[in-house]
Design a protein around this ligand. Structure first.
Ligand code: FE2
Length: 297
C-alpha cells in the first residue's frame, strides 16, 4: 500500500513509513504464549494526537484479546477431562470447573467476534467513507478471514464439550474437554491472529497520510460505546474488565476504557459477582492487577 505524497512534515512522513502495511516494527513485550502488543503511546513516548490516541486505544483492546487467550491456553491443560453426562458427588468439582472454564473460553470468542464484526460493519466503513471510499481498511478485513477457520474450530469444539442449556437438545457428538486438544486448536490460529492485531495498529497510524484531520479516536469511542451497549454487562464486559492490567506499560493505560466512573465502580465491586466462577480463570483481578499465578496454570 503506497502512501500518497501529501504536505506532511518530513518527521511525520518518516513516522508513517513505519506504520504503513508491510513495514511494521516488531512490537512485542512479554506475554505467554502470545506476546502483548506495545502501544504507540509507549513506543513514541507521546499521545498528543488522535491517531496515536485511537491506535493506542485499539492496542489496549487487542491486548485484552491476547491476555485472555493466553489465560485460556495456559489453564486448559489442567482442567480435568470430565465427561459431560457423568456427574457424580465425587466428580462434581471437576464438572463445575470444566463448565466454568468452558463458559470463560466462550466469552473470549464472543468478544473476538463482536470486535471484528464492529470493525467490519461500522468502524472500518466509517473510516473509508471519511476518506472518500479509499478502501484502506480492506487489507485488515482480509486478514480477519485468515483465522476464521481456526476460530470456528475453537467455537465448535467448545460447543461439543459444554453442557447444553436446560431443555436444549445436544446437537452433534458429545466430547470430553481435553486441554491439549484445545491448545492445539488455539495454536492453529493464535500467531496469525496476534500478528493481525499488531499490524492493525500500524494501519490506523498510517491513516494520517490521507487526512491529518481524521479523528479516528472519536470513531473508536463511538464504536466502543455501541459494542458495550450490545453485549452482556455481566459476562462480556466483565470478561474485558478481568483482562485489563492497569499497571501495563508503567500504568499509562490505567484509565482505559473511557467509561463513566460509576460504571467502573460497579464493574470492579459488584457486577463481577454473578459470574464470579468464570473470573477464576481471568488473567487479571477485578482490581485490574495481573494474577501472580493463574489458578490452573
Ligand atoms: Fe481491532
Amino acid at each position: 500500500m503506497a502512501v500518497e505524497a501529501k504536505t506532511l512534515s518530513p518527521e511525520l512522513q518518516e513516522e508513517i513509513k513505519h506504520w504503513t502495511a508491510g513495514n511494521y516494527p516488531v512490537w512485542t513485550t512479554p506475554g505467554e504464549p502470545f506476546p502483548l502488543i506495545q502501544s504507540p503511546a509507549k513506543l513514541l513516548g507521546r499521545a498528543d494526537d488522535n491517531f496515536i490516541k485511537g491506535a493506542t486505544a485499539m492496542s489496549c483492546i487487542h491486548n485484552v484479546i491476547v491476555r485472555s487467550l493466553n489465560s485460556i491456553y495456559l489453564q486448559a491443560r489442567n482442567v480435568a477431562p470430565t465427561k459431560i453426562s457423568a456427574i457424580t458427588p465425587e466428580n462434581r468439582v471437576d464438572v463445575e470447573t470444566r463448565d466454568d472454564f468452558v463458559d470463560y473460553a466462550r466469552e473470549w470468542s464472543i468478544l473476538l467476534h463482536m470486535h471484528h464484526q464492529g470493525e467490519e460493519n461500522c468502524f472500518f466503513p466509517e473510516i473509508d467513507k471519511a476518506l472518500n471510499g479509499k478502501d484502506i481498511m480492506e487489507r485488515n478485513v482480509q486478514q480477519h478471514r485468515l483465522f476464521d477457520e481456526g476460530v470456528n474450530r475453537y467455537d465448535q469444539y467448545l460447543e461439543q464439550v459444554r453442557r447444553p442449556a436446560k431443555g436444549v437438545e445436544r446437537v452433534g457428538e458429545e466430547k470430553f474437554l481435553y486441554g491439549p486438544e484445545l491448545c492445539e486448536i488455539i495454536e492453529s490460529f493464535g500467531s496469525i491472529l496476534v500478528s493481525h492485531l499488531n499490524e492493525e495498529i500500524g494501519t490506523l497510524l498510517s491513516l494520517r497520510a490521507w487526512d491529518e484531520k481524521l479523528n479516528i479516536h472519536r470513531f473508536m469511542e463511538i464504536e466502543g460505546e455501541k459494542a458495550m451497549k450490545s453485549c452482556s454487562l455481566l459476562a462480556t464486559v466483565e470478561f474485558v474488565w478481568h483482562n485489563l492490567d492497569a499497571g501495563y506499560e508503567d500504568g499509562i493505560h490505567k484509565d482505559f476504557p473511557s467509561a463513566p466512573a460509576p460504571l467502573k465502580f460497579m464493574l470492579k465491586n459488584v457486577l463481577w459477582f454473578p459470574n464470579r466462577r468464570m473470573w477464576r480463570f481471568s488473567s487479571c483481578t477485578s482490581a485490574m492487577k495481573p494474577r501472580p499465578k493463574l489458578l490452573y496454570a
